[in-house]
Design a protein around this ligand. Structure first.
Ligand code: GDP
Ligand code: IMO
Ligand code: MG
Length: 431
């Protein structure tokens, strides 16, 4: 039985939370391996909505272990608040169930201040970040300045690291004309929060290896999506981590051969929050229709998501770069009632046809999509729980997408509700 990694194949918000929650009934452990509380994963179970940012989407199930892996950047205050919010919704969260990697780096208030100041400095070309301090926290990790979860046990180490870190950041903040941040203040805040985090600290790589040897099934939960990957996405309009499936290994402390099946979560159309190239964007009535029907507002920032047609070129590329074996196609129901549906099957660049998205930001901004028009359907697919319940034209659309992207549709989602899901091939059984 292979383990399964779930990754986004577009620009995030593909419905990863819903699919991870659904799949977690088949798993024993769910582990987040990158990103931070820039993520917003929505679960709808019997009409009750749970919005998760740092907590793995297996947390709502009683007997599953949830792990926040070393590849995640953790804002301890945001985590404590999220734990309380989800507990208030009746979910049991305790150290037997939730474990945090001792080597995960922290997001501190200074990272939020830097994120904000850098966005201002970008003038009329901001990235449109979530302003959660994600980028600056990953910068500190790579610069070997980060305070990590395990440092919370040692106040002296924390203070010394903080002072060194603030020397660096305050010089930058001063240069940017932003307010300085005091190391003493952050230290005091850390001392207040640490008792709420310490009980959850664990040697998570060992927990994962022991579970694996014991024959338990592990579900790796990605955040964001391949087009936001810091190497392979629409750089610099990306987030500061890797989404490609190799990161599931690095960001949790397992080897790549311990991830058996990689499931790419893919929306039946495309959305993006924040700035950056989006070849199939429909800044018109169609985009408006998709946004309203799909309730396309950010789970984390509440920002309106940009909407457009399905981009088979970008998804095909994401499948190859991300090591995706099959996809879960979500939000098919949002397309119900459309006369015709367009799908991007290639790009035109300087009068030439190309079949991939180039890396240059100049070229990414210049490509224009080549569309195929597909017949829509007037019947409803919403809430369908079997292949036979789908309108014939919807089935045709799914089959055509499979051909264009070169990967099978393994799961299909037809509403936000957990059980409105059609299983074609169990990812835990394998390729
Ligand atoms: P994530 O970040 O990938 O977990 O996705 P988000 O939770 O940010 O956004 C996906 C949104 O679509 C959420 O509001 C989900 O409840 C909703 N959703 C997921 N699957 C479906 C589906 O098949 N149909 C519809 N209509 N909504 C869905
Ligand atoms: P989930 O896991 C969609 C986007 C931001 C911005 C860029 C950089 O819910 O799919 P950051 O704050 O990470 O430095 O912002 O990345 N972004 C997301 N967009 N879904 C997400 O997560 C995102 N996380 C970050 O909007 O464009
Ligand atoms: Mg989201």
């Amino acid at each position: 039985m292979p383990n399964v990694a779930v990754i986004g194949s577009q620009w995030g918000d593909e419905g990863k939370g819903k699919i991870v929650d659904w799949l977690s009934s088949r798993a024993d452990v769910v582990v987040r391996f990158q990103g931070g509380h820039n993520a917003g994963h929505t679960l709808v179970i019997d009409g009750v909505t749970y919005k998760l940012h740092l907590l793995p989407s297996g947390i709502v199930r009683k007997s599953k272990i949830s792990i926040i892996g070393n590849g995640v950047v953790i804002d301890p205050w945001a985590l404590v608040e999220e734990i309380k919010t989800i507990q208030a919704q009746g979910v049991d969260i305790n150290p037997d169930k939730l474990k945090i990697a001792e080597n995960a780096p922290l997001i501190l208030p200074v990272h939020g201040a830097l994120d904000e100041a850098m966005e201002v400095a970008r003038g009329n070309k901001p990235i449109g970040t979530t302003k959660r301090g994600i980028g600056p926290a990953y910068e500190d990790k790579i610069a070997r300045r980060a305070i990590r979860i395990c440092d919370l046990e040692y106040p002296d180490v924390m203070r010394e690291k903080l002072e060194r870190m603030m020397l660096h950041h305050n010089a930058l903040l001063k240069g940017l004309g932003a307010e300085q941040v005091s190391a003493d203040e952050i230290f005091a805040q850390l001392m207040e929060v640490r008792d709420e985090i310490l009980p959850y600290i664990a040697v998570t790589w060992k927990v994962l290896h022991d579970a694996h040897i014991d024959g338990q099934k592990i579900l790796f939960e990605g955040a964001q999506g391949m087009m936001l990957d810091v190497d392979h996405g629409t750089y610099p309009y990306v987030t500061s981590s890797n989404m490609a499936s190799g990161q599931a290994a690095c960001g949790s402390g397992m080897g790549p051969d311990q991830i058996g099946y990689v499931l790419g979560i893919t929306k039946a159309y495309t959305t993006r929050v924040g700035s950056g190239p989006f070849p199939t964007e429909q800044d018109n009535d169609i985009g408006q229709f998709l946004g309203e029907r799909g309730h396309e507002f950010g789970t984390t920032t509440g920002r309106k998501r940009r909407c457009g047609w399905f981009d088979a070129v970008a998804v095909r590329q994401a499948i190859k770069l991300g090591g995706i074996h099959g996809i879960a196609l979500t939000k098919l129901d949002v397309l119900d009632g459309m006369e015709e549906i367009k799908v991007c099957v290639g790009y035109e660049l300087d009068g030439e046809k190309i079949d991939y998205l180039p890396a240059s930001q100049v070229k990414q901004a210049a490509v224009t999509p080549i569309y195929e028009t597909i017949e829509g359907w007037q019947e409803t697919s919403r809430g369908a729980r079997s292949w036979g319940d789908l309108p014939a034209a919807a089935v045709k659309y799914v089959k055509h997408i499979e051909e264009l992207i070169g990967a099978p549709v393994t799961l299909l989602s037809t509403s936000p509700e957990r059980d409105d899901t059609i299983l074609m091939q169990d990812p835990f059984v394998g390729k």
